[in-house]
Design a protein around this ligand. Sequence first.
Ligand code: CA
Length: 455
Amino acid sequence: MAKPNILYIMSDDHASHAIGCYGSRINQTPNIDRIGQEGMRFDNCFCTNSICAPSRASILAGTYSHINGVETLHDKFDGRQTTFPQLLQQAGYQTAIIGKWHLGHGGGHDPTGFDYWNVLPGQGLYHNPEFIEMGQARVYEGYVTDLITDYCLDWLKARDANRPFCLLCHHKAPHRRWEPDDKHADMYEDVDIPEPPTFDDDYSNRAAAAAAATMRVDRDLDEKDLKQKPPEGLSGQELKKWKYQRYIKDYLRCVASVDDNVGRMLDYLDEEGLADNTVVIYTSDQGFFLGDHNWYDKRFMYEESLRMPLLVRYPQEVSSGSVNDDIVLNVDFAPTFLAYAGIQVPNEVQGYSIRPLLQEQTPADWRTVMYYRYFMHCDGHNVYAHYGVRTRRYKLIYYYEEEPGPQEWELFDLDEDPCELINVYDESAYTDIVEELKAELAALRKQLGDETNPC
Ligand code: CA
């Protein structure tokens, strides 16, 4: 059988609770939903470090941040590391990345393993963005999400139809500062978007880290985020609600453009008869707080930020409308693509191929616990560095830095408290669970080779 093509579409900061097929209460995404409806939806896909550059590095290399060297937003990816695009290219795939890269430029940090690359410098701009095409910078007129899709389609049209392709279509949207295009500028104008259940969280009953974070909708969004001065006389809860509507509507407008453009890509596959032999993936580099806990941004190991959407369509092998709830991680993506290309997975890769999960044959020894670590201590929204483990039911988090401290543990029972509002770490009923999870945490840290800042 011919090797399948791979179309990997990744947006930036698109939380699964703003995707229709994940049960969004706030928007619809008919084109993204198609991938899930015609393929498999993963309900427990998590990132290992919830921030842009580190997640991207983990996806490319199949390794955790402390191994691939991109622990923070300030770290650049060393292109000498083995990545799945390099291996696919060596195996005869035509490879390209178009859109957001965010792993450094020049000096060994440009994309490697791609026949063609055309990427945004840094975060890139929404309107009339500059792109760096194979090392040459140029400004293009238009809206970034449309342009990225245009260049993806151009590349597909010009490819050699006799060889498989692997195309990474990386959208900038819906990253802050959520600037929609004209087409979607008036969307939601006359409606109120529902507020999340934890909108009025007061951060009591948890470690000090939650209250210390500076990413509150009511306090920390600035005029550039809101793009308007609040109406005169608004204060308190009224002002908070107004800010939420400003924020979430622009975010969802950016998502709507991503959804339209996903539709363009799917239409092209249909028109060219490529849908059957192409593995199509939709995901985001991590989740996002959509007013949950009165927050925007990500970074925390809490659910909204930890969780990644993951939809995979491959009609030859994946049943339409299937759902998987095994624990899947961003480090699993690279070995999965290698499995589809028939390439042996290098020893240093720390993730596992999810191809058996897509075939509804989860291995008996599939992971039941995942390891997470956020390194950027007080560097960006004042979020404290932490690490932890999550199982199906529990989440144990350790804020490990002494200053400003205190070093603190959190335990959430997700069955009893899915919104993570009550830290039960000190409750006697959970003593055995804490002990078990600490043993899991220590074992995973040892297994993965991350033993700095021991608990
Ligand atoms: Ca991101």
